[in-house]
Design a protein around this ligand. Structure first.
Ligand code: PLP
Length: 377
């Protein structure tokens, strides 16, 4: 491929948008501590506050509801560790939710997931009507869209219900941002997490959006930054990049183009490999994500072959030393083992082009021949 690379892994990290790069380069020369009262400090503060407004605008939140963090992992963990008596969540949540939930002393209620990848929302209703009075302070954690499959959850519906029954609700909107319209003010959730690097900003910066009036214990006490909720001198450069990426992603202008590319990709794969299946195809999905499974082909081998041919994708399954591990998301959906073991994720974004799709299909035609690869054991 003449050394040319084709990047189809935006759900892992999207390439840095030019707007974010420019904002970060400009911020490098600003200097100053945003908490200082002098001119240099005020200049740094202005960058942080502009970015706060830009991120708030992306999701229709108030700027004062935005708390900058080191990423969505920190934001999710902050909410999970909020001293809940009971937490309801499902097996398709990202590890940054699953890990902190498992580490709490809260009573944990596992929500089942149907094979279409949607959480059984009636279980939340059953819980609220049956057990909520004895459950104490209760939190529901429900992602907006899944990072592996792109399957979208009915967060607004669940949030409405939670509010009516006094349950708190957090949504991890990391993969939905810039791909679906998000209206925090009207969504009804208490808290929401975002990550800059999934929308073309830098890694290592995210936000927890906390509904005005919601009580959540301070994450870090110290210098009192972020309205005394999360201390530490702000990552001014990263925050400036996040703000610029949020502004660029806000109008979702790219979504029809990306959807068309994704549809062309899936049609091409179906033609070349009729036995291929797209997980979650018939449900509500993100416009940029294809979770592709070809039973009989081992995902890990496919990822390596594609990488050697110039294409970056990722695997839902990890196979090493002949041992195949199935992703927790696909396991929670109860997909047949041969489907789960062969699942790879193709994800597009702001700089994806028709050339990426064409190249992928050309390379796919050569690597995706059943039995040409190490079969999933
Ligand atoms: N939540 C989801 C759904 C993700 O895909 C990711 C990224 O891997 C995260 C949370 C963690 O985000 P961060 O890398 O900002 O910690």
């Amino acid at each position: 491929m003449n050394g040319h690379r084709f990047y189809l892994d935006h759900n892992a990290t999207a390439p840095l948008r030019p707007e974010a790069r420019a904002a970060m380069i400009a911020a490098l020369d600003v200097g100053g501590n945003p908490s200082s009262v002098h001119f240099e400090g005020r200049r740094a503060r202005a960058l942080v506050e502009t970015a706060r407004e830009q991120v708030a605008a992306l999701i229709n939140a108030k700027p004062l509801e935005i708390v900058f963090t080191s990423g969505a992992t920190e934001a999710n963990a902050w909410v999970a560790s909020g001293g809940w008596d009971t937490i309801l969540s499902s097996g398709i949540e990202h590890d940054s939710v699953r890990g902190p939930v498992a580490a709490t002393t809260a009573r944990q209620v596992a929500l089942p997931v149907a094979t279409d990848g949607v959480v059984a929302v009636e279980e939340i209703a059953n819980f609220a009507l049956r057990d909520a009075s004895a459950a104490g302070r209760t939190l529901v954690m429900l992602q907006m869209a899944n990072n592996e499959t792109g399957i979208v959850q009915p967060v607004a519906e669940v949030a409405h219900f939670c509010r009516a029954h006094g349950l708190a609700i957090h949504t991890d909107a990391v993969q939905a941002a810039g791909r679906l319209p998000i209206d925090f003010t009207n969504l009804g959730v208490d808290t929401l997490s975002l990550s800059a690097h999934k929308i073309g900003g830098p890694t290592g910066v995210g936000v927890l959006v906390i509904r005005d009036g919601t009580k959540l214990a301070t994450l870090l006490a110290g210098g009192g930054q972020e309205r005394r909720r999360r201390a530490g001198t702000e990552n001014v450069i990263g925050i400036a990049g996040f703000g610029a990426a949020a502004a660029a992603a806000r109008d979702l202008a790219d979504v029809p183009r990306i959807t068309a590319l994704r549809d062309r990709l899936e049609a091409g794969i179906a033609q070349l490999t009729p036995q291929a299946m797209v997980i979650g195809r018939t449900g509500v999905r993100l416009p940029n994500t294809t979770a592709l499974a070809v039973p009989g082909l081992a995902a890990e081998t496919l990822v390596i072959k594609l990488d050697l041919a110039g294409v970056a994708v990722s695997a839902g399954a990890a196979c090493s030393s002949g041992k195949v591990g199935v992703s927790h998301t696909l396991a929670a959906m109860n997909l047949p083992a041969d489907v789960a073991r062969s699942a790879i994720r193709l994800s597009l974004g702001w700089n994806s082009s028709p050339a990426d799709v064409t190249a992928f299909l050309e390379i796919w035609a050569t690597v995706a021949r059943p039995r040409a690869l190490c079969a999933a054991a």
